[in-house]
Ligand binder design. Sequence first.
Ligand SMILES: [Zn+2]
Length: 273
Amino acid sequence: MFGKTCAVTAVVVVVAYLVVKRLRGRARRRRLLATPFPEEWRQIVEKNIPLFRRLPESLKAELGGLVNLFLAEKNFEGCGGLEITDEIRVTIAAQACMLLLNRPASRFRKLRTILVYPHTYAAKVVSSDGNITIEGQSVRLGESWQNGPVVLAWDSVTGGTANIADARNVVLHEFAHQLDQEDGDANGAPILEHRSSYVAWARVLGEEYEALQNKKKRHGRSVMNKYGATNPAEFFAVATETFFEKAKQMKKKHPELYEELKDYYKLDPVEWK
Ligand SMILES: [Zn+2]
């Protein structure tokens, strides 16, 4: 009897501990989300990220909180001799978090670590098991692992960040893969808000993917980078880069695709300055 009482007491204590821990975690996350950018981080973002300067003030404020949370939860590691600085952390985090604006439930839950190389780096691993998305062949700009790290080359990050008209941004690209991979499949379909949304998503993105493949075969002109014709996962990542960096052209040439991404990201970049 005594032993049974002890066991029940132990279970109650463990459950209480877990509940308190979870509540504390939630309170901490809320506090981080409500805290503005530290001034030095804001200066880094203003200087390095032209896309940030386009954001409406309300979204800039929201982004500050998301970056606070991102940097509290994720670990950055320098590779190839690179020393991780606040500039590297904040420049990457701010762009990754643009994909989370207006969508407080998302926060790259599975991602723990971002590895950063100084330059584009040589491929050391070749995998085709569906768990890894590799950019490039022998030289890589970045990678996004399911249940693993995002890997980025800092020179590719700065190059892609500085030019906001070319729809090439390796941070947006790799973190779009993270969103796509959250449901366990890298298939170009991230977790959508409503079950009913998948039908339209599959139709629109499927048609646009096929159209891009045809353009690639015919060497036709396209708003979208033809790397998106590689597979549906790359199509979603490339469409994300285009949505943020060539919003007007995408809305004009691919209005249905623009609307799907606008519904998903809960943002309308065409309206930004
Ligand atoms: Zn990719």
